[in-house]
Design a protein around this ligand. Structure first.
Ligand SMILES: NC(=O)c1ccc[n+]([C@@H]2O[C@H](COP(=O)([O-])OP(=O)(O)OC[C@H]3O[C@@H](n4cnc5c(N)ncnc54)[C@H](OP(=O)(O)O)[C@@H]3O)[C@@H](O)[C@H]2O)c1
Length: 331
């Protein structure tokens, strides 16, 4: 099968097809989406290190199943992020534990479907399992105020829609006219510019503080401002590891809850509820099929090969991606 390996340069290669374990699906990949984790793990591959098969966002067709697989059959369309401890999805055929897999949303394209899993799981777990928003909260906009830092990126684009649907009053950050327009289209009630001081912009919108903060950008850079802006008894979730020690005492006087969200925790530690990720993906598929969520795909490249993955990685490195970047087909 064709595969792309990080050496760290991305190279097209041929590899033998992997053989499913008892709970694995062998998925023939139709489309992949890229994420910052791809470029971060690629940066960790040194010259002379064993090459790494990256990629943790995919959609494709089940080609074979392990003996204990129960949820899927050969021929099913599926989407998944998978497990960062295993080979990624930059290959024609990939193994994934069925508990981490959701069905492909019926009317979405392969590229749109591949753009759902990693960011969809991150946003869902952040909002509904860490910040305790209610996924079925209703669209009244009477719920808690939520500041989303990094609204137009992959995670922000799906989180805005989920939070709005959950009834939160959503203030999303975006710094450019095109990213601000994108977050408004996705349902943000208000937009603030993360390259200008946030407190005066929020005050002008009527928010001295906000009930919840979802930080999908730099945790260190926003620590002090989050401590200022969060309401007493509020909650903060962050998804980007800190580089310097964080002063947790800044949150004590207000009894603020701080939580990490890491999409790969369940697969890395094989938690008893690992199958929850398959259920979340199935729920996201339902919401996309019902038109309650819209796809977040921003740019499509074709075919899936090293040259186009280089272009996609370079796009991510700009830090100004709107929505998701996906690659489709093998040419
Ligand atoms: N813990 C986890 O499970 C997990 C999961 C997914 C992602 N992540 C991490 O979360 C981060 C975001 O991921 P992503 O896929 O959403 O990335 P992305 O799509 O590359 O994000 C791009 C967006 O970042 C915004 N941005 C740039 N500078 C910013 C700043 N100073 N403050 C706020 N926003 C800024 C840009 O908005 P403008 O163009 O408007 O400036 C752009 O729309 C990455 O570091 C990624 O590795 C972690």
């Amino acid at each position: 099968m064709r595969a792309i390996l990080a050496t760290p340069a991305l190279v097209d290669t041929e590899l033998p097809e992997p053989v499913p374990g008892p709970l694995d699906l062998l998925v023939r990949i139709e489309a992949v989406a890229v994420n910052p984790i791809d470029t971060k793990l690629r940066a960790a591959v040194g010259e002379g290190d064993p090459p790494r098969q990256l990629g943790w966002d995919a959609a494709g067709v089940v080609a074979a199943v392990g003996e204990r697989v129960g949820r899927f059959r050969v021929g099913d369309g599926v989407m998944f992020a998978g497990d960062a401890g295993r080979a990624g999805c930059y290959a024609e055929a990939v193994l994934v534990d069925e508990r981490l897999v959701g069905r492909k949303p019926a009317q979405l394209s392969w590229a749109e479907s591949a753009s759902v899993p990693l960011t969809g799981l991150t946003a869902w777990e952040a909002l509904f399992e860490r910040l305790d928003l209610d996924p079925a909260g209703g669209g009244g906009g009477k719920g808690p105020s939520l500041l989303i830092l990094g609204g137009a990126g992959g995670v922000g684009s799906i989180a805005i829609q989920l939070a709005r649907r959950a009834g939160a009053v959503v203030v999303a950050s975006a710094s450019r006219p095109e990213s601000a327009a994108w977050v408004r289209e996705l349902g943000a009630h208000h937009v603030v510019d993360h390259h200008r001081p946030l407190a005066p912009q929020l005050a002008a919108l009527g928010f001295e503080v906000v009930d919840r903060i979802a930080n999908f950008s730099d945790t260190d850079a926003y620590w002090e401002v989050m401590a200022e802006l969060i309401a007493p008894l509020g909650s903060i979730v962050a998804i980007v590891g800190n580089r310097r020690p964080l002063d947790l005492n800044r949150l004590k006087a207000k009894s603020v809850t701080f939580a990490w969200e890491f999409m790969f925790s369940r697969s890395q530690f094989q938690t008893a509820d690992m199958g929850r990720q398959g259920q979340i993906l199935d729920r996201l598929a339902e919401l996309l099929e019902a038109g309650e969520l819209r796809p977040t795909l921003g740019r499509t490249l074709s075919p899936i090969n090293a040259a186009n993955l280089e272009i996609a990685h370079a796009q991510l490195a700009t830090g100004s991606t709107i929505g998701k970047v996906a690659l489709v087909g093998w040419g």
